[in-house]
Design a protein around this ligand. Structure first.
Ligand code: NAD
Length: 359
C-alpha cells in the first residue's frame, strides 16, 4: 500500500522525536511491503521565522491533501511575545480546524513496566488504568468569540462557549463508537448544573444513547470527574467531553500514567485523514540534547497505521516492539528508574527498530 504522510517536525524536540518515528515507519514499510511518502510541512515557530506565519495556507493545503499528518510539537519561549494571532499554537488550532478534525482521542494507559512511575498509590494503579478521553476539538470556548473591551472605566474580557446540536452529536457518535469497540461504557462529562451548553450536551448524549443500546451511558460533572480520575481511574472506559474540559482532564489523565513522553493521540473527523501527535509540547528545556523520549511520537505513528491506514497488524508490530524494549529495561531519562538502562532519543529509536518484526 502507498500512503502520503505530511510531516510537521515543528520546534524544540519536535525534529528529534519525529526523526525516530519516521525511521520506525520506514522499517515497518520495509517489513510489510508498503511505501510511505513524506512531505515536509512548516508549522509553528519555525514557520513564523521562515514565512512570518505559523501555518501558511499552502502548508495547510499539503496537510489536507495528504493521507494523514504526523506532528512533533510546536512553540517555545522565542515566540511567546508575538501577537496572539501569530503565535505557534494558532498554527495548531488552524490546522485542526482546516483538517476538520473534531475529535481528539487520547489513551490513558499504564504500561505495566512503568507502573512505578504513576504518582498514584499502588493500590489504585493495581486496579488498572486503561481508558480513552474523546475530546471535542474544534468548537466550544476556544473557537467562540474572544474580545476585551472597556466597560465602566475598566477592561472586560469575554470568551463565548457555544455548541450546536450537530457539533455535539458528531463527537457523541465517536464516543459511542469508540466504547462499542472497547468495554461498552461511555461516561459523558459536562457541567449541566451551571451551563446551558452542558445541558444541551447532556440531552443530545441521551438522545444518541437510544441508538446504542449496547453501550452503557453515564453522566458526570466535570469537577467530580477531575476527582474520580485520581481516586478511581479503573472505573472509566471511554470519556467523552467538550473542548476545554477535555483539554484539562486529558492532561490530568496523562499525569497519572507516568510520563507525558509516552502518550500518543489521534485527531479525527469525517474522513480517514487524521492528525497524529504526542500529547506533550516542544520541551524547549531539553531540545537538541538527544534525551527526549520519542515513544509518544512513535506510538502516534502506530495509531496512524491503525486508525487511518487500516493496518492493525503493523500498528501491533510497533506497540509490541515498544513493549519489548521496555521489558529489556531500556528507559529515556524521563521514565528512568533504578536498575534500568538509560538511553537517549536516537538510541531508543534504534532499539525499537531492532525489535520490529512480522509475526
Ligand atoms: P512540554 O510538554 O513541552 O514540557 C513539559 C515538561 O515535560 C518539560 O520538563 C519537558 O522537558 C518534559 N517533556 C515533554 N515532552 C517530553 C519528552 N518527549 N521526553 C522527555 N521529557 C519531555 O510543555 P511546556 O513546557 O508547558 O511547553 C513548552 C512549549 O510547547 C510551549 O511553547 C507550549 O506552548 C508548547 N506546547 C505545544 C504543544 C503541541 O505542539 N501540541 C502542546 C503543549 C505545549
Amino acid at each position: 500500500m502507498t500512503k502520503n504522510i505530511a510531516v510537521i517536525r515543528g520546534d524544540g524536540i519536535g525534529p528529534e522525536i519525529v526523526e525516530q518515528a519516521l525511521k520506525v515507519l520506514n522499517k515497518v514499510a520495509e517489513i510489510y511491503g508498503h511505501t510511505f511518502n513524506y512531505t515536509d510541512v512548516d508549522m509553528g515557530g519555525c514557520a513564523i521565522d521562515k514565512w512570518g506565519n505559523p501555518l501558511p495556507e499552502e502548508m495547510l493545503k499539503k496537510c489536507v491533501e495528504s493521507d494523514s499528518v504526523l506532528l512533533g510539537a510546536v512553540g517555545g519561549e522565542k515566540w511567546n511575545s508575538v501577537p496572539g494571532d501569530m503565535r505557534p499554537e494558532k498554527g495548531l488550532l488552524r490546522l485542526r480546524a482546516g483538517m476538520g478534525v473534531y475529535s481528539n482521542n487520547r489513551p490513558a494507559k499504564i504500561w505495566k513496566q512503568l507502573a512505578d512511575a504513576s504518582p498514584l498509590k499502588k493500590e489504585i494503579v493495581d486496579k488498572g488504568i486503561d481508558f480513552i478521553i474523546v475530546r471535542e476539538l474544534i468548537g466550544g470556548i476556544y473557537f467562540g468569540e474572544h474580545k476585551t473591551e472597556e466597560e465602566n472605566g475598566e477592561k472586560k474580557a469575554v470568551d463565548v462557549l457555544a455548541y450546536t446540536e450537530s457539533e455535539i452529536e458528531r463527537i457523541g457518535r465517536i464516543g459511542f463508537e469508540t466504547a462499542r469497540k472497547r468495554n461498552k461504557k461511555l461516561c459523558s462529562v459536562e457541567k449541566s448544573n451551571v451551563l446551558d451548553s452542558s445541558r444541551l450536551w447532556k440531552a443530545v448524549m441521551h438522545r444518541l444513547a437510544e441508538e446504542y443500546p449496547d453501550v452503557e451511558l453515564s453522566d458526570m460533572l466535570v469537577d467530580n470527574c477531575a476527582m474520580q480520575i485520581v481516586k478511581n481511574p479503573a472505573q472509566f472506559d471511554v470519556v467523552v467531553t467538550e473542548n476545554m474540559f477535555g483539554d484539562i482532564l486529558s492532561d490530568e489523565a496523562s499525569m497519572i500514567t507516568g510520563s507525558i513522553g509516552m502518550i500518543p493521540s489521534s485527531s479525527l473527523g469525517a474522513t480517514s485523514c487524521g492528525l497524529y501527535e504526542p500529547i506533550h509540547g516542544s520541551a524547549p528545556d531539553i531540545a537538541g540534547m538527544d534525551i527526549a523520549n520519542p515513544i509518544g511520537t512513535i506510538l502516534s505513528a502506530a495509531m496512524m497505521l491503525r486508525y487511518s491506514f487500516d493496518m492493525p497488524e503493523e500498528a501491533d508490530c510497533i506497540e509490541n516492539a515498544v513493549s519489548a524494549v521496555l521489558d529489556d529495561g531500556f528507559r529515556t531519562a524521563d521514565i528512568m528508574s533504578d536498575g534500568c538502562k538509560k538511553v537517549g532519543c536516537s538510541e531508543m529509536g534504534k532499539l525499537i527498530i531492532s525489535k520490529l518484526s512480522r509475526k
